[in-house]
Design a protein around this ligand. Sequence first.
Ligand SMILES: *[C@@H]1O[C@H](CO)[C@@H](O)[C@H](O)[C@H]1NC(C)=O
Ligand SMILES: *[C@@H]1O[C@H](CO)[C@@H](O)[C@H](O)[C@H]1NC(C)=O
Ligand SMILES: *[C@@H]1O[C@H](CO)[C@@H](O)[C@H](O)[C@H]1NC(C)=O
Ligand SMILES: *[C@@H]1O[C@H](CO)[C@@H](O)[C@H](O)[C@H]1NC(C)=O
Ligand SMILES: *[C@@H]1O[C@H](CO)[C@@H](O)[C@H](O)[C@H]1NC(C)=O
Ligand SMILES: *[C@@H]1O[C@H](CO)[C@@H](O)[C@H](O)[C@H]1NC(C)=O
Ligand SMILES: *[C@@H]1O[C@H](CO)[C@@H](O)[C@H](O)[C@H]1NC(C)=O
Ligand SMILES: *[C@@H]1O[C@H](CO)[C@@H](O)[C@H](O)[C@H]1NC(C)=O
Ligand SMILES: *[C@@H]1O[C@H](CO)[C@@H](O)[C@H](O)[C@H]1NC(C)=O
Ligand SMILES: *[C@@H]1O[C@H](CO)[C@@H](O)[C@H](O)[C@H]1NC(C)=O
Ligand SMILES: *[C@@H]1O[C@H](CO)[C@@H](O)[C@H](O)[C@H]1NC(C)=O
Ligand SMILES: *[C@@H]1O[C@H](CO)[C@@H](O)[C@H](O)[C@H]1NC(C)=O
Length: 789
Amino acid sequence: MACSTIPPLLFLSFLPFLPSLATSNIVHLGSSLSATSNNPSWNSPSGDFAFGFRQLNNTNIFLLAIWYAQIPDKTIVWHANTTIPVQMGSNVTLTVNGLTLNEPNGQAIWMAQPDTTVNSGTMLDTGNFVLSGTNTSVYVWQSFYYPTDTILPTQILPLGGMLYSKLSETNYTKGRFELHFTNGDLQLNPVGWPTEFQYEPYYSSGTANSNSSLSGLQLVFNQSGYVQIPYENGSTFKLLPNVFPNSTIKYYRATLDFDGVFREYAHVMSESSQSWSIVGYIPNDTCANAMSPLTNWAGSGACGFNSYCKSNGPTFSCHCPPEYSFIDPENEFGGCAADFSEDCGVENITSNPEDSYGLKVIEGINFWYGDYDALGPYNRTECEQACLHDCLCAAAVFDGTFCWKKRLPLSNGRIDTTVVAIFKVTNNSSAPLGDSSDKFSNFRKDKQVVWLSISFGSSGLFNILLLGVIFRIIFSRRRRKSREAIRHSSVFETNLNVFTFDELRRATEEFKEELGRGSFGIVYKGILKYGSKNQVAVKKLDKLSQGGETEFKAEVTAIGRTHHKNLVQLLGYCYEGPHRLLVYEFMSNGSLANFLFRIPRPDWYQRVQVALGIAKGLLYLHEECSTPIIHCDIKPQNILIDKLFIPRISDFGLAKSLAFNQTRTHTGIRGTRGYVAPEWFRNIPVTVKVDVYSFGVVLLEIICCRKSVEQEFEDEARAILIDWAYECFREGTLDALVDNDDAAMNDIETLRRWVMIAIWCIQEDPLRRPAMSIVIQMLEGYVEVPIPV
Ligand SMILES: *[C@@H]1O[C@H](CO)[C@@H](O)[C@H](O)[C@H]1NC(C)=O
Ligand SMILES: *[C@@H]1O[C@H](CO)[C@@H](O)[C@H](O)[C@H]1NC(C)=O
Ligand SMILES: *[C@@H]1O[C@H](CO)[C@@H](O)[C@H](O)[C@H]1NC(C)=O
Ligand SMILES: *[C@@H]1O[C@H](CO)[C@@H](O)[C@H](O)[C@H]1NC(C)=O
Ligand SMILES: *[C@@H]1O[C@H](CO)[C@@H](O)[C@H](O)[C@H]1NC(C)=O
Ligand SMILES: *[C@@H]1O[C@H](CO)[C@@H](O)[C@H](O)[C@H]1NC(C)=O
Ligand SMILES: *[C@@H]1O[C@H](CO)[C@@H](O)[C@H](O)[C@H]1NC(C)=O
Ligand SMILES: *[C@@H]1O[C@H](CO)[C@@H](O)[C@H](O)[C@H]1NC(C)=O
Ligand SMILES: *[C@@H]1O[C@H](CO)[C@@H](O)[C@H](O)[C@H]1NC(C)=O
Ligand SMILES: *[C@@H]1O[C@H](CO)[C@@H](O)[C@H](O)[C@H]1NC(C)=O
Ligand SMILES: *[C@@H]1O[C@H](CO)[C@@H](O)[C@H](O)[C@H]1NC(C)=O
Ligand SMILES: *[C@@H]1O[C@H](CO)[C@@H](O)[C@H](O)[C@H]1NC(C)=O
């Protein structure tokens, strides 16, 4: 027995040498590459592609990548999505378990480990790096199954496949765009950075069908350079047809570029030069990338916030408005910031706006969405004045009739020849552009008043009195404007249905099926016989203001005028005798409370998106309606979940408008225990910040999947969620908050940031709580979250 084991051992020890003589491109077990500046690699048989380490220009960072080895650009087509950047001296090793990328200190930062044993690796001539078992033509792992931003001829993106863009031309971190092939449809979506919230698509191939056998099958990049979607019946949808099949073309690739455009390139070689040429691209209007055709869309658009996009065929460029500059001068996509400070604290108005601000106009630029007011019919002068005198107004877009006021940040800036954009800029900077300066000289007529206030600057009291007077004048002028706005706003009237009580009684079968009990009455399920939304929720209001029909209608119309994807839509109402009913869309997935406190708990990423949705709904109520709406009772029971798992706030507009006439004694407190802000108990005015407080509590509930008050805990500190969360934050034991939730623990950075945001929202002092617009920017990572105290 002993001697029979000797020959195989001998054979094994020779094994590594034998095949290397035959085919030099096979990578054997135990082979290793080390990240050094000479970019070591394993090459494909033809030498077209290489797999190995690439040092990024001017950095000490490496990528484990696949690239074209025979062209000067050495364009990268794939890279390993390591958890942290690869340092000099890291190595990648092939073992029976697969590929492992280790840091110099031995820690693994990336692995390609199939379930079965690995025998060898190969860099193929297609650009696919594969691992094989004993049979080298059976691949147990392949880089084509884990694409990054590029697909190559012969590569297929199956249902559920995706690509994601780089952050910038030179930064390979996951960026702002994703390409998905889902339900037979190819979609391009912007994603929040770095939360990875997936926004509405800005491109859809339209190849999905509710009958799945009529939907697109997969995304195929064939060897003739066609990117297309085949159907079951044999026909194909040609996404990017190859317009120049040409024998001088050696390579094709299709890349979701960092700017959100999916471009197909051909490498064209002539005697004198060689370069990548663009074969085709989507979307066809490149400025429309990152721009959703739907309203209520968040995000900056193709360019960063406060900048606008000019399309130039397959490419586009970003530009700053006058007296704004790129935040990062090296990065034109990073957005712009004003060169002046946009002070808008009411307490801080120290001068007449006409004195501090001027206007600059650019013809043919529009910023989509983010209007907070629409005034009209106005002429251009009125529009300019309206913006100048409104400290919230950063810019206005005038379309000849209406004046759309915008606050910062401006988003989705693009060419639109039907409008002019008017920017408010400071007067302290250089002389205004010739065009706009003389037009606005009439704005300077109040200068003397301010001059007076300055010359009496030594007399403090007098100065304060004078400032008060100036402030009054400005303020009353502004009020006059907003009254005008209301008078002109009839074009925005809604189409609310008016129901008879009898109709609703029949629709709900005599109020048979109760869906829930809210603060204002009981909700019943109903079926309407017409309309597309035939399932409805009917709310029978009980405690109501004593107001008459006109008042009720005005209030309900105000609610009906709100439209946002994170709000439950009011469809109609009934006002008949003693009956007051509201008819809403029906939400099939119950409330956030059912969603959150069920077992097993919902996935962390789903929760992240739900929290963002709620924040956006609140932002809309607080800052995007013509009159801010304070909800007063934000809690999981009042947030419904629709069939797409989008959170929708319900019961808004009722607190203030319909039942808010009581003085705020203890009994008058509108909110619900555990969610109400401390100022309800004090004699200070209730503002939108009460909702911010409640949002903070709900955010913690979403993070932890537990109720804000949980009696069952002996430990008092643990029973109250906000106290416990604060304690965990202070002591650095955040993992206790998300016990057994691996996804959340792996995303500890987001977790920490979100807990900090929640702590800011639940500050005692309402003034210290951030506005919802800031909350969203912090949630999405656009704004640094300061350490809360
Ligand atoms: C890398 O990609 C794999 C496969 O797509 C995915 O499972 C993994 O979560 C990604 N890792 C990182 C750090 O993004
Ligand atoms: C790769 O790195 C690991 C950890 O630093 C080390 O143990 C191993 O010897 C290295 N392998 C090679 C072939 O350099
Ligand atoms: C290797 O796998 C291929 C494809 O499945 C098969 O055709 C071939 O016969 C296998 N070879 C061996 C030696 O098993
Ligand atoms: C690296 O630098 C070279 C030469 O300056 C340039 O041609 C190339 O585009 C750069 N590559 C990247 C990825 O920035
Ligand atoms: C890429 O961008 C990220 C996020 O801004 C940054 O942390 C990282 O250092 C950048 N990487 C390189 C190589 O510049
Ligand atoms: C789906 O389409 C196929 C092909 O037209 C048809 O045979 C099948 O009946 C359809 N199925 C449904 C559920 O409509
Ligand atoms: C194949 O199916 C697609 C999608 O259902 C349809 O648009 C196309 O006309 C069909 N082609 C043929 C030849 O039937
Ligand atoms: C690629 O697709 C195009 C269009 O569908 C077709 O004409 C061409 O023959 C295909 N090429 C290959 C190699 O399959
Ligand atoms: C191929 O493309 C090159 C560069 O665009 C052009 O010069 C050449 O004439 C083309 N050849 C054919 C056969 O179309
Ligand atoms: C872009 O494509 C859309 C539909 O796909 C089409 O309606 C539009 O006219 C095209 N625009 C341009 C500039 O080609
Ligand atoms: C008023 O503005 C000045 C200058 O921007 C700032 O330093 C000060 O803190 C502000 N005051 C208040 C009450 O916001
Ligand atoms: C704009 O309207 C105002 C008020 O209606 C009027 O006084 C002014 O003359 C108009 N300006 C122009 C340029 O029409």
